[in-house]
Structures are given as C-alpha cells and as structure tokens.
Design a protein around this ligand. Sequence first.
Ligand code: ZN
Ligand code: ZN
Length: 408
Amino acid sequence: MDNRLKKYARLLIETGLNLQKGQTLVISSPVESAPFARLCAGFAYDVGCREVVVKWTDDALSREKYLRADNAVFDEVPEWFSHFHNDYSESGAAWLAISASDPEALKGVDPDRLRRTSIAVGKALEPYRRRQMTNFFPWCVASVPTEAWAKKVFPDKSGEDAIDSLWNAIFEAARVAEDSDPVKLWQEHRARLSSRKRKLTEYQFRTLRYKNSLGTDLVVGMPENHVWEGGDEKTANGLVFCANIPTEEVFSAPKFDDVNGVVVASKPLVLGGNIVDGFRLELKNGKITKVSAEKGQEFLENELSVDDGASYLGEIALVPYDSPISNSGILFYNTLFDENASCHFAFGEAYPCVKNGAKLSKEELKAAGLNHSITHVDFMVGTPDLSITGTTKDGKDIPVFINGNFAF
Ligand code: ZN
Ligand code: ZN
C-alpha cells in the first residue's frame, strides 16, 4: 500500500480530529471509498476509540432517489436520521466527513426537490449544525478520489490515471509526502495561520473593501469584537482539532446587515450535485438583492431562498492567491479544495466569530451582528489582482491584500 495513504489516514485521526481514548467516531463516507474508511477506523481503534460508526453515502442511489422516489419524500426527514446526527453530536462524538461527490451527480433532477430537501434537512439537523459550528464536538472534512469526481477534474485521463492524479493532488494539498512527517508539517502550518488570525483580530477593522478587475467592488462591515479564526479550532472542552484538511484560510463573520456592493465569483461552485458558474451578486444593507449566473442560476436562487438568513453573508475568509492549492492550478470542483485556493465568502449561517461567541445564544449572536440560517454555502471570489483594504475604527486605511496576496 502507498505509504502516503497511511500517513494521510493517521493525519486525519490525530491532527484533524485529535481523537481521544473512549471517544466515538462517526465517519460519513462514499461506499466507493470503503477501503479508506476502514483504514481510518483502524487508526481510530489504535488510539482507543470507543466505537466507529459509519454512515455510507452513494451518488448513484441518491440520484435514483431524486429522479424516482415518491414526491412527498423530499419534505420529510425520518426521525432516525435526525436522531443519528443530533444524538451523536450531543454525545461529543468526533465526525470525519469524506467529501468526494461527483460534482454533477444530480444534474437534471428537479431543482424543486433539491430545494425542499435543503429546507427539510436544514431544519431537522439544526441542533447538530449548531454544535458543529460552535465546535461542541471535533469534526474534520477531508477527501479521497472517486472515479466520477476524478474524471471531472482530469477529463483527459482514463479512470485509473485520473484517480491517481487526484490522489497526488490531495496528498500535495494535505502536505502528505513519502519523505516527511505530515503531523509535524501541520503544526508549523497551523502556527502560521494562527499568527495571521491574531494580527487581523488585533486590527478590529470596521470595514474591508474588496476590489478586482472581475467587477467585485464590495464593502464588508465587521461586527464589534469580531475574532478571526483558522487552522486550530478548539472544542468546548479545550481539545485542539483541525476542521478541514487541507485548510489555508483565516475566517471571520461579516456584520450581516452591513455589506454593500457587487461581488463576482472567481470559480465555479458545486451546489448539491450541480454546478453554478459565472455568477455575480449585488448586496444592499447585507441582503443579496440581485443574482445572475451563466450556469445553474436556478440552483443558486433556490439555495438563497431556503430561509430569510440565506440571502445574507455569514463568512468572510482570506486565502492568499499564492498558496499551495491555488498554485497547483487545478480546479477541484469540490469546495474543500477550491475554497482553500481562494478568498471566499459564505452566504447563510455564521460561525460565532465574536468574543465568547460559542457561549452566546442564537438571539445574542444575531444582536452582535452575526447571521443565522439553516444553510451555509462557501463561494470563491479571490483573483490574482484582488485588493482588500481595511479601515480601522479611527478611519485609517490599511492594505490587507495587494495583488491577491496578504500585504502583511
Ligand atoms: Zn471558509
Ligand atoms: Zn464556510
């Protein structure tokens, strides 16, 4: 077996989740990636995991369901499904999500069925999602190649070649190599991200202004006492974990009702098994008031309308254009990678990125300026000519990004 595979699985269990003796691990994985899920389960039991519970997913079956199941199904969430997520998350289990979908698995299915599912699942799993976004339990999103996904990323290669190439790209992005220790490399990487997030938090910018030649011209207001996060996350009981492998971002939350201007996407977005591309959003007092897309507009509009909060921004994230995933030049058609190659925003729910945010109620967070929604969708806006200028409370302008990269 490729030695990198073992190093990668260990990295996810030890650095990604920081799995503890006696803790339950939930893995959600495509059936196609069962060998990798087994490998992760093995390392989990090595560190004394209480039980590994696996939730299998399958693009083909899910497609069949959206095409052929009874129409009423898309408004329903069975109780066992809600209990599975809400109960395991309440018990503090660690979650490993393997994100490896065919980007167009649901092409051609009725968009209304997707919209109704988003709403039904979003509502039913609200307790789970809130615990995830406040880091009540450790969680980690990572990827392994599946054939359909690999072929989308490398369309000129045969199935096996495409899978090999995608593995290499994933290992590279996750800093996994034959001749080095990824756990150690990740410690250094996280320290770098931490110093960046400290600096940004210290500035306490009142606004950040984005500009580039694609047409983005956006002023983003920031809440009082906002905090920048990234790299290391901490659970309620103080254990450090890493929610995305790879990750290159530092992120915070905008003041949801104080974002104005135009933002243009710089990469396609995979949204529930469909591709949205070439899109542009106009915002007024935080609300997305106008949407246009060259491809997949209907899917974007549907997601923006799942509830009131969906049409406001919930995340602001900075990623230098000159970063490893971006420099690979590969368009992954998977948000885990594409968002870590580019400055991005998310519309929908905000992470509680204000002082003591994890302890605040939904209402208190909203009063602090943080958005609430049952959805959270990242979209990429970074370009090589992006400039971001921060304005401090006393009116001083500080360059944050010049030509796509950090100015400090
Ligand atoms: Zn992000
Ligand atoms: Zn996000």
